[in-house]
Design a protein around this ligand. Structure first.
Ligand SMILES: [Cu+2]
Length: 385
């Protein structure tokens, strides 16, 4: 028998959510490694019995612009709920970099669309509205859902139409959603910003690899976006009069598979300067990071991913203490970062060309006391001695 003490999650400060952290001593048999699920994790996913939805409590979730997340509790042990959300489609011209414009196709006016948060077993009831002022037909495909192309075939809304879709979130994790009207319209809408993510929390909250609760004190949503802005004969980025006017040029630019821009949260520098992320020393910071169309390689310069759900599924134990991880195209990852030093961190895609020559990065500024034990400048840079 191997005696093992589970790593204690660093439970720090508050964000209005009180969760009891229990440290367990676990006895692990030497033969328990192969083919078994980690302690505290299910050997197989939960089977959800159908509910009479009319008898369930309905709650309305107020969606907020990224990098914010809607108000939520990290645990929820009551009966499944119907979580009602509303998304209004907006086609709007935005300036993605100085002097560079694109007609963004958006859910609720932002790139990415808002993060939705529910708990495993809940029902998501979406009202999707396409105002009469739109030019284009849109819909939504939730990777968290099951059936009808993720709801895509049930939600086509022409300008001046709305629809209501309800699906059950039976798989805990972080998942992309995106517009998917069909054919080449799918990537065209996605690379015009029409994507976002949903977080389906386990009902008991997040857990470390040993099954102990892990709580976060702050949470941010980052949607990484690749754009393919056409250039004119002189090499300048083109600007168009209407949402659909760029289609022919766009498809040509998209087929190069070479983005003109790669940014976090829609616009160059969105999560830097006044938009930077903040934290305090001692906090656990959750970052949900989605990329609906391309790969990404998250890394926190000056820190680590203390807990990383690289593939996004909360039914799998997180990896711990990673330096860099992968986000597959069309997926989201969740990571928790324990902030141990004050100062400036850079959260980026560690294809450094994409981070610095493009703009796939965010700044995280932390306040608190410096820890000399972890790092100390023994002698500042000076002349040779
Ligand atoms: Cu669309």
């Amino acid at each position: 028998m191997v005696k093992m003490v589970a790593r204690k999650p660093e439970r720090l400060s508050t964000m209005g959510v009180a969760v009891l952290v229990v440290v367990l001593s676990l006895s692990v048999g030497a033969a328990s490694c192969a083919g078994e699920q980690a302690p505290g994790y299910l050997a197989s996913p939960t089977v959800w019995e159908p509910e009479d939805v009319s008898g369930l409590v309905s709650v309305t979730q107020e969606l907020v612009p990224p990098p914010g997340m809607p108000r939520h509790t990290q645990t929820y042990l009551g009966r499944p709920r119907v979580v009602k959300i509303r998304m209004e489609i907006e086609e709007k011209e935005i300036e993605i970099a100085p002097g560079v414009f694109i007609w963004a196709f958006t859910f609720n006016g932002t790139v990415p669309g808002p993060l939705v948060v529910v708990h495993e077993g809940d029902y998501v009831e979406l009202t999707l509205v396409n105002p009469a002022t739109s030019e284009l037909l849109h819909n939504i495909d939730f990777h968290a859902s099951i059936g009808a192309l993720g709801g895509g075939t049930l939600t086509h809304v022409a300008p001046g139409q709305e629809t209501v879709l309800r699906f059950r979130a039976i798989k805990p994790g972080v998942f992309v959603y995106h517009c998917a009207p069909g054919g080449t319209m799918v990537p065209w809408h996605v690379v015009h910003g029409m994507n976002g993510a949903i977080m389906v929390l386990p009902r008991e909250g997040l857990k470390d690899p040993a099954g102990n609760p892990v709580v976060y004190d702050r949470a941010y949503y980052i949607g990484e976006q690749d754009y393919y802005v056409p250039r004119d004969e002189g090499g300048e980025f083109k600007r168009y009069d209407s949402p659909a006017a760029s289609l022919g040029d766009d498809l040509e630019a998209m087929r190069t598979l070479t983005p003109s821009h790669i940014v976090f949260n829609g616009v160059t520098g969105a999560l830097q300067g006044d938009g930077k992320l903040t934290a305090d020393v001692g906090e656990n910071v959750l970052i949900v990071h989605s990329q609906a169309n391309r790969q990404s390689y998250p890394h926190l310069i000056g820190g680590h991913g203390d807990y990383v759900w690289e593939r996004g599924s909360f039914n799998n134990p997180p990896a711990i203490d990673l330096e860099t991880w992968d986000i597959a195209a069309g997926s989201a990852a969740a990571s928790i970062h324990t902030i141990r030093q004050p100062g400036t961190y850079v959260y980026l895609s560690h294809n450094l060309i994409e981070a610095f020559a493009y703009d796939a990065k965010a700044i995280l500024e932390a306040e608190g006391d410096w820890n000399d034990d972890l790092m100390e400048q023994v002698r500042p840079p000076a002349g040779l001695r």
